[in-house]
Design a protein around this ligand. Sequence first.
Ligand code: UDP
Length: 241
Amino acid sequence: MGRKHKEILGYNVDLLSFNEAIDFIINKSQKESTQTITINPEMIAYADQNEEFAKILKTADLVIPDGFGIQLALRIYGIKQERIPGIEFARKIIEYCASQSMPIALIGAKKETLAKACKKLKEDIPNLNIVYAKDGYFEDTEERQIIEQIKEVKPKLILAALGVPKQELFIRKYMKEFEKTIFIGVGGSFDVWSGEVKRAPIMFRKMGLEWFWRLINAPARFRRMFPTLPIFLFKVIINRK
Ligand code: UDP
C-alpha cells in the first residue's frame, strides 16, 4: 500500500506530515470507511495485554504519532517525525467536512460537555452540520439502537470520544456497517472543545512538554500515565537495532 511507517515494539506508526495524514485519510475514505488511531505509549502497553486491541492497532488505516513518548521513541530510532496531535487532526477533518457540506456525528463525553463542545464547534466552524450527537455514557445494550440512529443520518465523519480502549473497540466493531465514513477515536477532545479542559499553552506544546503541563495541572492523570513511559522507552532502547 506504500505507507511509510516505522515499527515500534511490534506496532506500526505512520510517518507522514500533518497535511499528508489529512490527505491520506480523506482519499482513502472516498473508497471505504477508515479508522484513524492516535497512538501513545499507554496504548502500546495496553495492547500487549489485550489481543483484540493489539489487532486493531496493527490493522488500523492510519496510526498517527500523538504524544511525546512516540516522538521520542522515533528519535531513538533516528527518525525525526513531527507530532500529529489527534485533537488537531480531528479538528482539521471537521473543518474539511464543513467545507464540503459533509455531515458529522459526535459520540462521547458527558452530556453537558458534549452539548458545549457542539455549540462551540458550530460557532467556530462555518457551515458545520452536526447531524448526530450522543454522550458516551450508555449501556452496551443501547449500542445497536445508537448505531441504527447514526446510520439513518449518514454522517461522513464519526468522532468517538469514549476513552481508550473503548473508542477503538467501538469503532472497529461497527465501522464496516458504514459506507465511506471517516472514524477517529479522539479521547478527551470534546472536553477541550467544550472549554472545560485546557490544553497546555502553545510554548509547552511546541517544546514537547505537554506532559509537564499535565504533571502540574492534572497530577492524578499524570500519575496514571507516568509509569508506562520509562518502561516503554526502556523497551524501545533495548530493541534499537
Ligand atoms: N468517556 C465516555 N464514556 C466512557 C468513558 C469515558 O464518554 O465510558 C469520555 C470521557 O468523558 C472523556 C473521554 O471519554 O470525554 C476521554 O476520557 P479520558 O481522558 O479518561 O481518556 P483518555 O483520552 O485518557 O483515553
